[in-house]
Design a protein around this ligand. Structure first.
Ligand code: NAP
Ligand code: MG
Length: 504
């Protein structure tokens, strides 16, 4: 347990000294002593590529730095894979598929996948610290969400591997072969698990590329693959940036490609693969609406809104970045939201008290700053709490824009940062119309006391996930994926497995 020493308000001290008690201001931020997580992340100075079950130097001999966005220090050097390395990874994956993994009975594959989940649990603290240092997210999120959810995905899919006859009732299933996967930086380990676990359970082998800024935990997971005795070449990890991702997506051996990232890059990949027979899954951007009706439990809704957009610094594809609030309760909700974000703790992500950690990279911080400046220029009213930010590292205050209209860029574009745009509505139909008036369709939230209204909204909202009276809840049994420009294909649940097999 950490030492929590209240420095403010100083009423107990004043009472003890017989002085008049200072006025208590609701929402005052109490200062806590630092409570850093101290587990050793066991980082190597240099990480090579993971090909054919071994750590392998890149053909070019080139490495790039992975830095800690919380303090701008270098954590490790990461190998930069080129087309020759990606080809070696595909050759290894094909051999592993044809000779071992694709032929192995599902009940045998399950044992390896279980073992991966258990070994990850054994090293959970170490992985949580590494994830936080490389990506900037608060330790309480990587410890309580990312790492346990990653293990949960491996457990869940291990459970499927010997029951594949039930994935498509009445049909038999077979693996596709080798799949190529590219993932973003916002949930490095979790996105890895979403991609690897179903593909492995189905008997596919994999070539995967993590994002440039967050490769470390993928390569730590490769250590677990070795410890679990996963046959060589079943999972191959090629790190890099620039052309590396395109080489993974475009390789002729890939029977399927699965991409999670921005809509812009997703479109580039789709254009480049048009005319090939590769199967595809695209998990792209979002601009979700969190919709609060006047009969909603307002305090819970405020917590849900805060969780929806400030969780993980807003680096969440399904972030509730637009708040649609019914006009009659708009003033109350906005006042409560402002009070709530005044007491969010921003700073050292390794501190167990921290609510909002570091923005993942300097580039992303620049993108957020640019879009926020446009919000101000377009005439929306900005609120930011007067918190102190660390002098080194990439940080951004939680930000609420009110007086936003549908035409404002901050209401239309994905900011991917802790920035909420507040719009109002009067009727249910207006709420649906405004929520759906976006190019995206990944997720939405509905806050209301009425069950019938929840059913109506979840039918009419064009979003892959609709949360009711909660937000940002995930489970491996529940399929996740988009409508419209948020992509296609599902990850998680039986539906996710269907995207990794052929029916025979
Ligand atoms: P991004 O710029 O699209 O990059 C995603 C990945 O694609 C990175 O690994 C990137 O490599 C790689 N890449 C870049 N150009 C490529 C190309 N031409 N061909 C193949 N791969 C290429 O996205 P991001 O900024 O990392 O991530 C944020 C985005 O991901 C947001 O839009 C968010 O909504 C979306 N996202 C969606 C979901 C979902 O489930 N729908 C989940 C999480 C995130 P580098 O290392 O070179 O950047
Ligand atoms: Mg990093």
């Amino acid at each position: 347990m950490s030492m929590l020493t209240a420095k403010k308000p100083t009423r107990p001290a004043a009472r003890a000294a017989g002085r008049p008690l200072p006025e208590l201001i609701f929402g005052d931020l109490w200062e806590y002593d630092p409570a850093p997580e101290t587990a050793d992340p066991k980082l190597k100075a240099r990480y090579d590529l993971f090909i054919g079950g071994r750590f392998t130097a890149p053909a070019s001999g080139k490495y790039f730095d992975s830095i800690n966005p919380a303090n701008e220090t270098k954590l490790a050097e990461i190998a930069h894979a080129n087309a020759a390395d990606v080809d070696a990874a595909y050759q290894a994956a094909k051999k592993a598929h044809d000779n071992v993994w694709g032929r192995m009975p599902g009940r045998e594959r399950a044992k390896y996948i279980y073992r991966i989940a258990r070994l990850l649990q054994d090293r959970a603290r170490e992985f949580a610290v590494a994830e936080t240092m490389d990506g900037g997210k608060p330790i309480k999120e990587s410890r309580d969400f990312d790492v346990p959810m990653c293990a949960a995905h491996f457990f869940y899919h291990a459970g499927w591997a010997d029951k594949l006859d039930y994935v498509a009732p009445g049909r038999r299933v077979a693996p596709l072969g080798v799949v190529g996967q590219v993932i973003p930086w916002n949930f490095p380990l979790l996105m890895l698990a979403w991609k690897l676990a179903p593909a492995l359970a189905m008997g596919n082998t994999i070539v995967i590329k993590p994002a440039e800024t967050t490769s470390i935990t993928a390569l730590k997971l490769a250590e677990i693959f070795q410890d679990a005795g996963l046959p060589a070449g079943v999972v191959n990890i090629v790190t890099g940036f620039g052309d590396t991702g395109a080489a993974v997506m475009g390789h002729p051996i890939a029977a399927k490609v699965a991409f999670t990232g921005s809509t812009e890059v997703g479109k580039i990949i789709m254009r480049s693969l048009a005319g090939t027979d590769k199967k595809m899954t695209m998990e792209l951007g979002g601009k979700a609406a969190n919709i609060v009706f006047d009969d909603a439990p307002i305090d819970q809704a405020v917590e849900g809104i805060v969780n929806g957009i400030f969780f993980n610094q807003g680096h969440v594809c399904c972030a509730g970045s637009r708040l649609l609030v019914q006009e009659t309760v708009a003033a109350e909700v906005l006042a409560k939201l402002k009070n709530r974000i005044r007491v969010l703790r921003i700073g050292d992500p390794l501190d167990k008290n921290t609510d909002i950690g570091a923005i993942n990279s300097k580039e992303q911080l620049g993108t957020i700053e640019r879009l926020v400046a446009i919000g101000v220029k377009d005439g929306a009213t900005m609120f930011q709490p007067p918190c102190k930010l660390p002098s080194k590292g990439y940080y951004f205050r939680p930000t609420i824009f009110s007086g936003v209209s549908m035409s404002h860029r901050i209401a239309r574009e994905e900011i991917f940062g802790p920035v909420l745009s507040v719009l109002t509505f009067r009727t249910v139909d207006e709420a649906v119309e405004k929520a759906n008036n976006t190019a995206y369709g990944l997720s939405a939230g509905v806050w209301t006391d009425k069950g019938t209204r929840i059913l109506k909204m979840s039918t009419e909202l064009k979003a892959g996930v609709v949360w009711a009276n909660t937000y940002n809840k995930f489970d491996p049994t529940s399929p996740f994926g988009g409508y419209k420009e948020s992509g296609f294909g599902r990850e998680g649940g039986r539906q996710g497995l269907l995207d990794y097999c052929k029916l025979i």
